[in-house]
Ligand binder design. Structure first.
Ligand code: 0PR
Length: 381
């Protein structure tokens, strides 16, 4: 057994070598530095099993409050707290299958859906039909309707803030197609859920995120733009009865049921999310969304002014670009060697920077400097 102090000093060493969001090196992932009140709450409630509301009634109380606050943005307070966008998407399709009257096992979605939809379909033996779409455009509702007529799905999934380019599918128009054909519609707003309602209000995006009559569920991650510690997401349903369909009988538990995919679950992350949402408030999320968008536009404008770059105009704060000199994988590798980590946008053969709440103008300027440097060395500049 190792000495406690030795383990602590090893941990400190490991920590010093682990990248941190605030140092500007993490510009690719949709993760962020959690709000300090969330870290405090997480530590305080570290012992709480979120799957035991009888022993820990706080879990249900705070879940209800959290759902009411965030759900007020979309017009529903029915739902559950989950471990992330993946669990929310799997559960949404699971519930869709349980409530659907249709016998079909087909899910229709634009090709821009997140890979967790593929995962959900593989897990449940569902057939996923992808509509080929331009990654820079939302799915055309008429094309979607054509696929619905042709493939007769029980569920349709669209995305409000796509992973690779931040595009927002037209929720209202798609919901009309879903209503007309009596198909379950899930909207994956893991990334856009805490941006779109505010940016729509300010006329920056042209699509709102709301429980229009044909929408059955909406997922939004709190560990992305919510600034809650990982793992944290919410899955909203249009109807209270749908929440029960995300639960399983488990007789030995004091509550008799287990909701969601996890068994024992981190109650601490639920309490922490609640605390963070209280601390930031919807007004705080609104300011944050506007600030993120402004930094994204700054990055876009700067990239646009460089002749060695081809950049796409951001819809949400995700900026995607290519180099005219390097292929995108080489460019990402070179930037990684300069201490900046980005993700790929394979559908556009491009690099992607996500302007999360921790990202500052200085971080973006350091990225631009690194880009200039790698192009200068090759004599392009
Ligand atoms: N839906 C959308 C639209 C997403 O972009 C993501 C994740 C999910 C669902 C799944 O969410 P969870 O990761 O919470 O289950 N997008 C993250 C991203 O693109 C996923 C990610 C993060 C992947 C870090 C890899 C990684 O190292 O940043």
């Amino acid at each position: 057994m190792e000495d406690f102090n030795e383990i602590v000093s090893k941990l400190k060493d490991l920590y010093s070598r682990t990248p941190k969001h605030f140092d500007g090196s993490i510009l690719g992932s949709m993760t962020t530095w959690p709000h300090p009140i969330g870290v405090y709450a997480y530590q305080l409630f570290i012992h709480v099993n979120g799957n035991d509301p009888v022993v820990f009634p706080i879990v249900q109380e705070l879940e209800k409050d959290l759902l009411a606050t965030i759900g007020s943005l979309y017009g529903s307070r029915h739902g559950l707290f989950t471990s992330g966008g993946t669990e929310s998407n799997i559960l949404a399709l699971f519930v869709a299958r349980r409530v659907s009257r249709s016998k079909s096992n087909v899910v229709v979605a634009p090709s821009t859906v997140h890979a967790s939809i593929d995962k959900a379909c593989q897990l449940m033996g569902l057939r996923l039909i992808k509509i080929p779409v331009n990654p820079l455009s939302s799915v055309d509702p008429d094309v979607l309707e054509k696929h619905v007529r042709e493939h007769n799905p029980f569920a349709v999934v669209v995305t409000a803030g796509t992973t690779e380019s931040g595009v927002v599918d037209k929720v209202k128009e798609v919901s009309e197609v879903a209503s007309k054909h009596d198909v379950y519609l899930h909207v994956d707003a893991a990334f856009g859920g805490l941006l779109i309602p505010f940016l729509y209000k300010h006329g920056i995006v042209d699509t709102d995120l709301f429980f229009y009559p044909g929408v059955s569920s909406i997922s939004v991650d709190l560990h992305k733009n919510g600034r809650a510690p990982i793992p944290s997401s919410l899955l909203f349903f249009k109807d209270e009865a749908y929440v029960d369909k995300a639960c399983f009988e488990m007789n030995y538990l004091p509550s008799g049921v287990n909701c969601g995919l996890l068994g024992t679950r981190p109650g601490a992350s639920l309490v922490a999310s609640w605390a963070v949402v209280k601390a930031i408030g919807l007004e705080g999320y609104e300011k944050q969304a506007l600030a993120q968008q402004e930094i994204a536009l700054h990055l876009f404008n700067e990239l646009h002014s460089r002749e060695y770059i081809e950049v796409f105009k951001p819809v949400l704060p995700i900026v995607v670009w290519r180099s005219r000199l390097y292929n995108y994988i080489d460019m990402i590798k070179k930037l990684f060697n300069e201490g900046i980590s980005l993700y790929k946008s394979p559908s556009l053969q491009a690099a992607r920077a996500v302007i999360m709440p921790h990202v500052t103008r200085e971080h973006v300027d350091a990225l631009l400097k690194a880009l200039d440097k790698i192009h200068e060395r090759s004599g392009f500049n």
